[in-house]
Design a protein around this ligand. Structure first.
Ligand SMILES: [Zn+2]
Length: 441
């Protein structure tokens, strides 16, 4: 186990309460351990994730940038800089321009905290006017608010420059690794992140791909969770430390669980510190209404986000509970909220339902496939070009539903049942309801 320094850092960034994305940051530059310049780079892990300048500067801190939409996050004040360790504020600078888009000699906004062992941490590039009200000489606890991420001083975009100096003033690299010659074999982190901390920061459904205007202007995510049938929907995933070797898979699940679309996580370089990839689908009007799920499996984790396709365009404001719009709560006069919902709408509601006894069980694929194909056919019945064709769609859908019912019965029988018998009964009752409604179409 790596010995810890006298001062053990917590992570110096925290999202505000209510922030619900999976992640919000990436690391662009570590400390440059190679004192030769220019173009002689060595980070603590013997890689080259740092920079130096011909003027003689070797990057001396860790650059943690906010991603995606760093400028928007800065404007919205979503990400705060907090004290990585307790200490006393020994210096502060505020009031400097905070939308820099390049390296320069301009002053930055920063807070400097001295720890119990006399080591000092610098928190730089802060947003103007965001600094803690505490002054020089005041103490701060670990995790206490210091300011917000900005781009003041010599900076190409919103990020925190976190720099650490030992009690004698010499430079510290908080990361322990084979090429850290500054403080060998010692990590200054309570829990040191992996060199490649590969993860998904966010995944979204939207009306258009995100737009990234020129540096200094807030970006437009163009996201939405609510769509009408027949919509064109853009699915975007935002990665940090994306290694092509990790692969990954995107999947869109229909309300009942069948797969609408699936595609691999793309890449065209071995490594990106930050990347995003989007994919567009135009949903046929015959696709079922309900709550869909966009899922990405990446680096051993499953990330997901729900979106709604409904015959009325829901918004968060149109929902009774104010945040999570579902067909049941969006509008009591339309869709599943109406107790007497019948016809195609009622079928859509039932097809979205999972019997209580089946929650937590993997509904056996054979049942799910037949059920889903029956449901999908019925959802599109109004698109049939003639009365005769319409009857044909209904008859064939009912046939598939009856097969699903038989498969549910078979799967819940016997010693090696794939479903509990209660789930089998629940599924058969549900399917019977769908078939009954199908006869009324
Ligand atoms: Zn930096």
């Amino acid at each position: 186990m790596t010995p810890l320094a006298a001062v053990a850092f917590a992570w110096p960034l925290q999202p505000v309460t209510g922030f619900s994305d999976y992640g919000y940051h990436g690391i662009s530059n570590f400390v440059d351990q190679n004192l030769i310049y220019p173009n002689a780079i060595l980070d603590y892990d013997c890689g080259a994730r740092s920079y130096d300048l011909a003027s003689g500067y070797n990057h001396a801190g860790t650059d943690i940038f906010t991603w995606p939409f760093g400028w928007k996050k800065m404007d919205d004040g979503e990400i705060t800089i907090v004290a990585a360790a307790a200490g006393t504020i020994v210096n502060k600078a505020d009031g400097n321009f905070d939308r820099s888009c390049g390296l320069n000699n301009d002053p930055w906004n920063a807070v400097y905290v001295k720890h119990a062992d006399d080591s000092v941490a610098w928190y730089g590039h802060m947003k103007s006017g965001s600094l803690t009200g505490k002054g020089v000489g005041d103490t701060v606890g670990q995790g206490e608010y210091l300011g917000r991420v900005g781009s003041s001083g010599s900076s190409t975009g919103p990020h925190l420059h976190f720099e650490v100096h030992a009690p004698n003033g010499s430079l510290i690299d908080p990361f322990n690794g084979a090429c850290n010659a500054l403080n060998p074999s010692v990590s200054w982190w309570q829990s040191q992140p992996a060199y490649y901390d590969s993860a998904l920061n966010d995944l979204t459904a939207g009306t258009a791909p995100p737009t990234f205007p020129p540096c200094g202007t807030a970006e437009s995510p163009n996201t939405s969770d609510f769509f009408l049938p027949g919509s064109t929907i853009v699915f975007t995933a935002y990665y940090r430390d994306q290694l092509a070797s990790l692969g990954g898979q995107n999947t869109i699940y229909r309300p009942y669980g069948s797969i609408y679309a699936s595609w691999p996580v793309p890449s065209n370089a071995p490594y990106y510190s930050a990347s995003y990839w989007w994919h567009t689908y135009t949903f046929a009007p015959t696709e079922p209404v309900g709550v869909y799920r966009y899922e990405v499996v990446f680096n051993g984790h499953t990330y997901s986000r729900e979106f709604h396709v409904d015959t009325v365009l829901c918004t968060p404001d149109s929902c009774e509970d104010g945040d999570a719009c579902t067909i049941d709560t969006c509008d009591p006069n339309v869709g599943c909220g109406r107790s007497d919902a019948g016809g195609v709408v009622g079928i859509g509601c039932l097809c979205d339902d999972v019997p209580a006894a089946c929650v937590g069980q993997t509904i056996v694929a054979k049942v799910q496939k037949k059920l889903s194909s029956g449901c999908t056919a019925l959802a599109g019945v109004d698109a049939a070009p003639s009365a005769a064709k319409r009857q044909k769609v209904i008859r064939s859908a009912i046939k598939r539903l009856n097969k699903a019912s038989k498969a549910a019965a078979a799967a819940s029988r016997g010693r090696h049942a794939k479903l509990s018998s209660a789930c089998g009964v629940g599924l058969r009752a549900l399917i019977a309801d769908i078939v009954a409604l199908a006869h009324t179409l």
